[in-house]
Structure formats: C-alpha cells, structure tokens
Design a protein around this ligand. Structure first.
Ligand code: ATP
Ligand code: ATP
Ligand code: MG
Ligand code: MG
Ligand code: MG
Ligand code: MG
Length: 267
C-alpha cells in the first residue's frame, strides 16, 4: 500500500525502547489519594477494603502481563518487577508504563464494588500515575524493595500513632502532629503500648510491611528438587506460572529481612 503524504509525522515519535538485559521496575501511585481516601470514608490509618482492592488490581496486571515476576504494594502505590529478558512491546517504555497504569486503574474501578459493597462505583474516577526505572542487578532490586518496605513501616507507625492520638486520645490533628514531632520509633511503640494498649508488632503484617504478589512457578516433576534461587528471574518458564497472592499473610519480599522491622530511629 502506498504511503500517504501525511505519514512522515510518525517520524516525530521518540524511540523509547529501554536498555536490554536489565530489570524493568514500574511503580504506579494514586493521584491525590489523601483526598480520595477521605471522600470515600476510608478507615484510618488502614482501610482493609482499599488494600484488598489494590491487591486485586495488581493481580489483574500480573495475570495479563506474564513477564512480571513480583509486585509489592503499600498505601496507594504498587511496584511491578519485570524479568530482565522481557521483550514486551520491544521494551518501549511508554507502551509498558501506560499499559500497566491503564490496566491497574480500570481493574481498580471494575472491582470497586466487590470491596466497597455499599457504594456502586467510586464518586469520581481515580487516577494513577506511573514510571519505569531500570536496575542493573539483584542488589539494586533488593534495595529497591527494602526501600519501599522501609517506607511502609515508617508511614504506618506514624499513621497508627497519629490516628490513635486523634481517634482514641481526642487530640486535634494539629496537636497529634505536635505530640509526635521529634519522636523516634521506640517512642511511638512505647506510646502505643502504654497509652493505647496497642502492641504495634502484633498489628496485621499487611499493614506494617505491605503486600507481596509472587508469580509461582509450576515445576515439572523433574524440577521438583531444584533449589529456588533468591530472585525469580532465573527460574524457568514463566508461561505456566500462576500468580499467588501472599497479601493475606503479608510475607516480606524474597531476599528482604523478615522478622524485625527494617527501620528504626527518628522518623
Ligand atoms: P500524590 O498525588 O502526590 O501521590 P497523595 O494524596 O496520593 O498525593 P500519597 O503520598 O501518595 O499522597 O499518599 C497516599 C494517601 O492515601 C495517604 O494519605 C494514605 O493515608 C491514603 N491511603 C491510601 N490507601 C489507603 C488505605 N487503604 N487506607 C487508608 N488510607 C489510605
Ligand atoms: P493493538 O493492541 O496492537 O493496538 P488492536 O486490536 O487494538 O491491537 P488496532 O489497530 O488498535 O488493533 O485497532 C482497533 C480495533 O478495534 C479495530 O479492529 C477496530 O475495528 C476495532 N474498533 C475500535 N473501536 C471500534 C468501534 N467503535 N466500533 C467497531 N470496532 C471498533
Ligand atoms: Mg505521587
Ligand atoms: Mg499518591
Ligand atoms: Mg503514595
Ligand atoms: Mg489498539
């Protein structure tokens, strides 16, 4: 077919194919979810319906895109790790990021009512943004997830303390903030325990550490004895894999610290 005289405009497009043989990490984050969570009466500090809906939307993304190995979610954000060798959309950044964001957002709305059963659909369309980051090795990938999980811990400890002071302690938000100013993790744990009878470490792990979705490998019989490497990139055949939600038990990301919370000190 002859080219139309207009076709030259295609040449204005940017070639945004990402470097090969490195990990592609896509993180999405809700736009203005401080307001969105207020408008929709999210329980504070953690609305479990909101978290489960985020996890469901992330699971949809993993079902659709085989090359995602692992996902980590907290609050209004989700991170998706692609295998190094992915050739999805020839690694074109805008195609990959926009597909993840679009699928996640539409799933969030599509499954809304399964979680927020008293409201047919959100009161206005939620928006998520997205970005891709390239990481050259497992060291950076592990540190990336450790960074996000440390963020979860810091924010959740602060929010748990803040809302205890406001909802149970009767403080104004401003007074609660002033009360927490200059406190470290130990102070907050102590305050929750002595003043609000709350053992922070006994709160659900999903709140304290976020949610992990891991693509499970369905091993053939002859592979059953194989040693599972630390990162799934090196595992064979993702095509037959299924997505396993670990959010109910909220495990930590493989290779990350489990047990003691990853961060302490002044927050
Ligand atoms: P931005 O557009 O810059 O991302 P934002 O308002 O979305 O701004 P974030 O820093 O992304 O701000 O924080 C997300 C907000 O959404 C927090 O205030 C958090 O408390 C709230 N939020 C998200 N999920 C939940 C949930 N499941 N339960 C309660 N609050 C939530
Ligand atoms: P890709 O994922 O590569 O974009 P695609 O299947 O979306 O593949 P397109 O080239 O984008 O292919 O074409 C869109 C398809 O959707 C066409 O087949 C078109 O006929 C169909 N389509 C879109 N909107 C309508 C509509 N309103 N009525 C009927 N068909 C439609
Ligand atoms: Mg943001
Ligand atoms: Mg946000
Ligand atoms: Mg956020
Ligand atoms: Mg199309």
């Amino acid at each position: 077919m002859a080219k139309s005289k207009y076709e030259y405009v295609k040449e204005f497009e940017t070639d945004d194919r990402m470097l090969r043989n490195v990990y592609v990490l896509v993180r999405i984050d809700g736009k203005g979810f401080h307001k969105f969570s207020q408008t929709h009466d999210f329980a504070k500090p953690n609305d479990v319906r909101g978290i489960n809906l985020m996890n469901h939307a992330a699971r949809c993304v993993m079902h659709e895109l085989d090359d995602i190995l692992l996902a980590f979610g907290e609050s209004d954000e989700y991170s998706f790790l692609f295998r190094k060798s992915t050739d999805l959309y020839q690694r074109r950044e805008s195609k990959i990021v926009s597909t993840v964001v679009s699928l996640f957002t539409s799933a969030y709305v599509y499954y809304w009512n399964d979680y927020f059963t008293d409201l047919k659909r959100p009161l206005y369309p939620p928006v998520f943004d997205g970005r891709a980051v390239l990481y050259p090795s497992e060291v950076e990938v592990k540190d990336y997830f450790a960074w996000r999980q440390a963020d979860t811990h810091i924010n959740n400890l602060f929010n748990t303390s803040f809302w205890a002071l406001v909802e149970e302690g009767g403080l104004t938000p401003k007074a609660a903030e002033a009360r927490l100013c200059g406190t470290d993790s130990k102070d907050k744990n102590e305050m929750l325990f002595t003043e609000f009878n709350t053992n922070y470490s006994k709160l659900p792990a999903m709140y304290r550490k976020g949610s992990v979705l891991l693509r499970e490998q369905i091993l053939k019989d002859e592979d059953k004895d194989a040693i599972i490497p630390t990162l799934p990139e090196t595992l064979p055949g993702s095509k037959s894999a299924k997505v396993v939600p670990t959010s109910d038990t909220a495990t930590t990301v493989p290779g990350l610290q489990s047990g003691p919370d990853p961060i302490s000190g002044s927050v």
